[in-house]
Design a protein. Sequence first.
Length: 124
Amino acid sequence: MAAMSRQDTAATALAALRTGIGVGAWVAPSPAARMFGLRVDGNTEAVLMARLFAVRDVALAYATLGTTGPARRTVLHAGIACDVLDAAAALLAARRGGIPRGSAALVAAVALAAAATGAVAARP
């Protein structure tokens, strides 16, 4: 059995992270949000947004694992863009007082770690 490349290992790890966060946020949006210091209890709009985010992450994971070569790099680049914009959105929300700064920092850190992992996976 051939060893996985560094890029394949990063892609698999990223897909696992996206799947875990995505499934968790879709099945149990309130507990998933609380893990990041956010509250969605009683807010049906926030639950909807959490589930929309969740589906995107699961779709990116599926596409990452279901492709190779240039197609995988395209998927990974799309994921990197999502992750960087997620981090920016969290920081913007904190700046405007919409979420606690600690929550924004945690969300941004996870998103930027995913972007960095995606960048490793996307290397030719």
